[in-house]
Design a protein around this ligand. Structure first.
Ligand code: GCV
Length: 686
């Protein structure tokens, strides 16, 4: 591993810890990781690992807390008696593992400071998360006293899916929708062989709060299928590198495995031989990887095999794998991304946005306890603006994971600055049953995202895209965090020496970058309008007459998709009140989603008071202008960031500006030619 950028864990981020006397006390591999981290930091910054009462920082598992440290967290009395108030309830979450029934508290930690001593207590990965919490606090962890606080993750599983191929795919390459070089895990048909890099990745992820990684693409091709069987050793090696950071490995498997790997004549989920095959294969997986997380499956979707071939339901399919995993406490993530990708564009009744709900909502209650339905956050496919998927409110008796896309397939492909935390925060805070009701974050037990990391020296291609990876982990841990607050953390950690001078300009560049991206690309929730295949850059009609179900229906009179119950596909009816009514009405529908739910004339007046056509012109001029303003701000940062990083971002900003202008001109020209309506301000449209 040479010349890899340290991202949000540069050595300097450990100065506050590394210059102090630190006691690390606890058994188990993760306590060992914490000890190693602290030892490295102390060696660099002059502190010491100590073993007595003189420590400035104590990091310990609860059964190893010295009395004086216990007193810091639980009060004098507890320190004297050695008993924590609450006893076994010191780390309660109220949640229990559905499979094993055991309390699910080993990611929690307590942190407090009194009398010159900072104390962190946690079990298992909790201690590690506590360490990284102190890293984030920096000197603040050693300033004024603060009472003991309990931290625990909101989402039980915080998982990154890698769409990494083992073989280089002829069209999709080493990483499908990867914009950061090759894969960290695989290269040219085999393991990449750089386990130090894998370990470093695990360390970064743990510091952001991630605890699970699926190591191969959900589109499982021939070689990748064999990771489940004769190539299992390669997966075990990855698990070994990620384990010290509390990260479990998951594997994408093909539903057809019993046929393509096992030589059976069927993969029918109700067939006894098929069940036995999965049971045997899974037993071998757990022999090799005792803490294996489970399977991830894309079935009956975009050409992947699935239970439909046997006349079975997706619950039958998911439960087959859930059954094989259950004895070991594993889970199956079953994706809800199922739709007809061979649609006739002339047929306006088939609506891709309806598909996941139509397939899965009727199956609510039929999934096994260790089957998790993984639902893309919007009904279509990670567009810059979509409503929240109606599936999320429709399956109260099913475990749900919400899937986000950190890799920027539709948001600038890591050539454009597009800080996505504001979008994710909106999704997670959305209240499907209306104001005051539960939020998406409250409904979903897990957050999953497609990773944006690769073997690029900056991990993410665009160095500023590191912030998206970081923000995903932090929001999965605490969906209540504000996007600007997370960005601030990221800036402080990533650029510790110059953060004070970088904060303002970086916030200026990044805070609003998602909305800027939205302004110069597809308007008002209509989606797509990207070049088919690679999905970069504008092509308004690129998908309009294809089988993919992603249409905008622009004509001379208007634009948008009628998804109303009254006259359209009825998609609005998949939402509970009040949204079903709000979305149904062109008057009440939020502007930013208008064209997702309605086909309207160009003269339709938005809540903003502008017509749709004028909104299109104005936002596209404004968006490209906003991008033009980024470069001077970035140029002002010469000397405040590493020169190579500065140069990389500068080049990318130039490309972003070129691309934003191309979007502006193509979209404005297209709609001017369709509508014949001139721009009210007489700006140049081609
Ligand atoms: C992995 C989109 C992407 C595909 C991806 C698919 C999915 O359609 O373009 O590359 O396939 O989503 O989420 O399965």
């Amino acid at each position: 591993m040479t010349d890899v950028h340290p991202a949000w864990l540069p050595p300097e981020a450990f100065r506050a810890i590394g210059s102090r006397r630190v006691l690390v006390h606890g058994d188990g591999p993760l306590a060992g990781t914490v000890r190693d981290e602290v030892a490295r930091a102390c060696a660099r910054f002059g502190g010491s690992l100590c073993d007595g009462g003189e420590a400035d920082l104590v990091l310990a598992t609860s059964d190893h807390l010295p009395a004086h440290a216990r007193a810091v967290l639980y009060g004098e009395e507890a320190g004297e008696t050695g008993a924590a108030p609450g006893g076994d309830e010191a780390f309660p979450t109220g949640r229990r593992d559905r499979m094993t029934g055991t309390p699910d508290g080993d990611e929690n930690f307590l942190v407090g400071r009194r009398g010159g001593v900072t104390v962190v207590a946690g079990e298992g990965a909790g201690l590690l998360y506590g360490l990284f919490h102190v890293v984030r606090l920096g000197e603040r962890a050693f300033g004024a006293d603060f009472p003991a606080e309990r931290h625990r993750p909101a989402m039980r599983r915080r998982m990154l899916d890698h769409w990494d191929n083992v073989d280089v795919h002829p069209v999709m390459g080493q990483v499908e929708r990867g914009y950061a070089g090759g894969s960290i895990f695989w290269a040219d048909g085999g393991p990449r062989g750089d386990l130090d890099r894998v370990r470093a990745y695990g360390r970064l992820l743990a510091a952001a709060g991630v605890n699970a990684v699926a190591v191969n693409n959900v589109n499982v091709h021939a070689t990748e299928a064999r990771l489940l069987t004769d190539r299992l050793g390669d997966v075990a090696a990855l698990a070994g590198a990620l384990r010290p950071y509390g990260i479990r490995v998951h594997l994408s498997v093909t539903f057809a495995a019993p046929v393509v790997l096992g030589g059976l004549s069927t993969a029918d989920p109700l067939d006894e031989d098929v069940r036995a095959w999965w049971a045997g294969a899974t037993a071998r997986v757990y022999e090799a990887i005792p803490d294996f997380g489970g399977y991830l499956v894309k079935a009956d979707s975009e050409g992947q095999p699935g239970p439909f071939a046997y006349g079975r339901s997706h619950a039958d399919g998911a439960n087959l794998l859930a059954g094989a995993l259950a004895p070991y406490g594993g889970v199956v993530h079953w994706r809800a991304f199922v739709y007809d990708h061979r649609q006739d564009w002339r047929d306006r009744s088939t609506d891709r946005a309806r598909a996941a709900y139509d397939h899965f909502a009727p199956l609510d209650g039929e999934f096994a306890g260790n089957a998790i339905l993984q639902v893309k956050h919007g009904p279509i496919d990670f567009q810059v603006r979509e409503p929240v998927s109606p599936v999320i409110a429709a399956m109260p008796r099913t475990r749900l994971a919400v899937e986000l896309q950190v890799t920027q397939e539709y948001t600038g492909q890591q050539r454009h600055v597009c800080y996505l935390a504001p979008m994710w925060r909106e999704v997670l805070g959305f209240e499907p049953w209306g104001p005051g009701g539960r939020t998406v974050a409250g409904v979903a037990g897990e957050l999953v995202a497609v990773s944006n990391a690769g073997d690029d020296p900056y991990w993410t291609g665009h160095p500023l895209a590191q912030a998206n990876l970081y923000a995903f982990g932090r929001l999965a841990w605490d969906p209540g965090l504000g996007p600007a607050e997370i960005l601030d953390e990221w800036i402080g950690l990533t650029f510790p020496d110059t953060a004070d001078r970088l904060r303002e300009p970086l916030h200026a560049i990044m805070n609003g970058s998602w909305e800027t991206y939205e302004r110069y690309t597809a308007p008002l929730g209509v989606g797509f309008m990207v070049r088919p295949g690679h999905h970069y850059g504008p092509d308004v009609d690129g998908y309009e007459y294809t089988p993919w179900g992603t249409y905008h229906f622009a004509d001379r009179d208007g634009v948008g998709v009628d998804r109303t119950r009254a006259t359209g596909t009825g998609c609005t009816g998949q939402y509970p009140e009040p949204w079903s009514e709000v979305y149904e009405s062109a008057e009440r529908c939020p502007d930013e989603l208008l064209l997702f739910f309605h086909h309207v004339p160009y003269g339709h007046v938005l809540h903003s008071g502008k017509t749709v056509i004028q909104h299109i012109y104005d936002t596209h001029f404004a968006g490209a202008e906003e991008v033009a303003e980024l470069r001077p701000v970035w140029d002002g940062l010469v000397g405040l960031v590493d020169p190579a990083l500065h140069a990389r971002v500068r080049e990318l900003l130039d490309e972003q500006l070129r691309s934003a202008r191309e979007w502006r001109d193509q979209i404005n020209t297209y709609f001017f030619r369709k509508s014949g309506v001139p721009d009210a301000h007489g700006r140049r449209i081609h």
